[in-house]
Design a protein around this ligand. Structure first.
Ligand SMILES: Cc1cn([C@H]2C[C@H](O)[C@@H](COP(=O)(O)OP(=O)(O)OP(=O)(O)O)O2)c(=O)[nH]c1=O
Length: 632
């Protein structure tokens, strides 16, 4: 591939990306670059007014970020990298530099300044070549910047706040992410799209070409910033070494473009487009002082009012295994489904129609059949079956939520009202009644299996030789880890009652290395040795005293440099998003959901630093932190 010779120059080098930005990591990983991530501790506090131009500020910050990492690795960790890459992205509008917003108000201020205008996004990049002479670190610094112009549509107040509440703006310069929801705000992009996302890949490759393939001496005087070799000339570059032979073929740069990722189109307010259904009387006129806009259907509220009916329809159809019958025998008429399931024909027909209305089933003249999603997620043997979790929701969460009013009044869990027993007794029951035990494990397995790939790939975990998933239940995540990191030894540690029942959940095709299951209680027993510990959906469930016991134990067995991966839904700093986490809190377990800064603080208390977050926007986010190195 044409680009290989340039990036191939870095293959034999120890390359470090001095950035916590998941976007930068992704952009460089996508082109097959191998590197370690060591986020910089340099605080972005340079005096902006002391720079003649905004790009100078971005370049200097990038340089300082990279130098801090190079120095720290050299002095503290006694490991001198060959190349350290640092970057800094800023947005400028009306001669003002915008960095990441500090809170929602700040995001609001930034986005309202950008509304309806063109602005510039600058990324400064520093490539530092390091060497060690005696005890001294020697550096050679190359830097550059890239500018991209972006224009925003006019943004309504409502849209601005909806976007801010999505949580997306908070870790991004200018308060938006063009690669995700923020793409909807953008009218046009002039220049390198990836530069806006945080890393100007094209310019970076040209710089490498300049560094590693300097032009013949007699042409040096003709080289200017804007005439460095273009990417399509890279294939002609060769220095006689055959890099391509030891540089593995990799995927193309997956280069995002504004047309593919972020269609420029006007942003519509969904409330305005909701259709008026017949049967509703909507006061449209101005009678009785009711304005036209006040009389619009509040579709969100109406949906919430009906939400419980929809959930229960899904639960009951799942419990009666209707999706299983339809998968195996569909299309079926209501009477056939009723006969299979042993239910009334009229009740079954109503339930099937409700499932069609909810988009779970399809109805034709031949009868009812599953949608593709129903086959995958709703059948009990579907590839990513959520059946177990749906049954848990019906049998366990539904009765608890029925008592929500008492929970709010009393501030406590409602197990005694819902099940006639205290919470602890009930928890013990999970391991006494075989049926309840299987149900609970199936529920945990559903979510673990569905989220396993996202979690296993949220960070590059290839540096860890051994991993222990604490409370890893059926081993769904463990199996995925072995698929992705075949050299990793993975142990699942869970209660004996759980381990005794895992066989049903094991994949039919065994991986190259089997998962090891070890039984024990992570609050009481010794933990297996590992370089990486995982706590997935554990911390939010336990009170502070229990978390103290658990994290103290993990911290005690972790050697410096070992890591802990926490999988939870990370709340935004206001702790009101995403709704799934906030609604889960209502079940009033003794634990709680936490924001990013709360997780960081909690983990630091137990000696874990370098905390990195991967907000997946799906069911679980990932937090990776490392056990602090002892001072040299
Ligand atoms: C404008 C814009 C910025 N960004 C991101 C890129 C950068 O990650 C971030 C700007 O902050 P930076 O300070 O450049 O980088 P960072 O804090 O994320 O990581 P580090 O300092 O450790 O290198 O904003 C987007 O992801 N999309 C966008 O559209």
């Amino acid at each position: 591939m044409a680009l290989n010779p340039v990036l191939g120059k870095l293959v034999s080098k120890r390359v470090v990306l001095a950035s916590a930005s998941p976007r930068r990591q992704e952009i460089l990983t996508n082109v097959g670059l191998r590197f370690e991530v060591v986020p910089s501790w340099f605080k972005e506090t340079l005096e902006k007014s002391s720079f003649a131009a905004p790009y100078e500020y971005a370049i200097e910050t990038a340089k300082q970020k990279a130098l801090e990492v190079a120095n720290r690795m050299h002095v503290k960790h006694l490991r001198t990298p060959d190349v350290v890459i640092g970057a800094d992205t800023i947005v400028t509008v009306d001669e003002q530099i915008l960095e990441k917003p500090v809170d929602k108000q700040d995001a609001y201020r930034m986005l309202s300044r950008l509304s309806g205008k063109e602005h510039s996004v600058f990324t400064g990049v520093a490539i530092i070549h390091c060497s060690s002479k005696g005890n001294q670190l020697e550096t050679e610094i190359t830097d550059f910047y890239e500018e991209t112009k972006v224009k925003f549509s006019d943004l309504s107040e409502e849209l601005l706040w909806e976007y801010i509440h999505s949580g997306e703006p908070m870790d991004k310069a200018g308060g938006y992410g063009i690669q995700a929801l923020g793409g909807m705000l953008v009218e046009y992009v002039h220049g390198d799209f990836l530069n806006v996302v945080g890393f100007p890949l094209n310019h970076f490759c040209k710089k490498l070409a300049e560094l590693y393939y300097p032009p013949p001496k007699h042409t040096v005087q003709h080289i200017k910033h804007d005439s460095i070799p273009s990417v399509d000339t890279f294939e002609n570059l060769s220095d006689g070494e055959s890099e391509s032979s030891n540089f593995t073929e990799h995927k193309g740069a997956n280069k995002l473009d504004s047309s593919g990722m972020c269609p420029s189109r006007p942003v519509y307010n969904c409330e305005n487009t909701s259709s008026v259904r017949t049967g509703f009387t909507v006061p449209l006129g101005n009678q009785n002082g009711v304005s036209e806009s006040a009389a619009k259907l509040p579709s969100k509220i109406l949906d919430l009012m009906d939400g419980f009916k929809a959930s229960k329809a899904l639960f009951v159809a799942s419990k009666l295994k209707m999706f299983d019958y339809l998968k195996n025998k569909g299309p079926l008429k209501a009477v056939d489904v009723a006969n299979e399931v042993g239910t009334s024909v009229c009740g079954t027909e109503r339930l099937l129609d409700a499932c069609v209305a909810l988009g779970l089933l399809e109805k034709t003249s031949q009868g009812y059949s599953n949608t593709d999603s129903a086959n995958i997620y709703l059948t009990s043997d579907g590839e990513y079956s959520l059946h177990g979790y749906i049954i848990h929701s019906n049998d366990h969460l539904w009765p608890l939520f029925t008592n929500l009013e008492s929970a709010v009044r009393e501030g406590s869990r409602q197990n005694h009202r819902a099940f006639g027993r205290k919470a602890e007794d009930l928890f013990k029951d999970y391991y006494h009644s075989q049926e309840v035990k299987q149900r609970f494990m199936a529920a945990m397995h559903s979510i673990a299996h569905l989220t396993a790939r996202d979690l296993a790939t949220a960070f590059d975990l290839s540096q860890f030789k051994s991993t222990c998933d604490l409370g890893g239940c059926t081993g769904a995540l463990a199996h995925e880890l072995i698929q992705i990191y075949p050299n990793m030894k993975v142990t699942v540690f869970d209660l004996p009652e759980v381990i005794a029942n895992i066989s049903y959940f094991q994949p039919s095709e065994q991986c190259a290395a089997p998962v090891t299951f070890v039984s024990g209680d992570f609050f009481k027993d010794n933990l297996p040795e590992a370089d990486l510990y995982i706590l997935s959906r554990v911390l939010h469930d336990w009170p502070d005293e229990k978390i103290h016991i658990l994290l103290s134990k993990i911290s005690a067995v972790c050697k410096p440099g070992s890591a802990l991966l926490v999988a939870e839904i990370v709340l935004d700093e206001q702790k009101t998003h995403p709704p799934r986490a906030v609604l889960q809190s209502l079940s009033m377990t003794e634990g709680k959901q936490r924001s990013g800064s709360e997780y960081k603080q909690l983990l630091e208390k137990y000696g874990f630093t370098n905390t990195q977050f991967k907000i997946t926007g799906t069911l679980l986010d990932a937090v990776l932190c490392f056990k602090k190195n002892l001072s040299p």
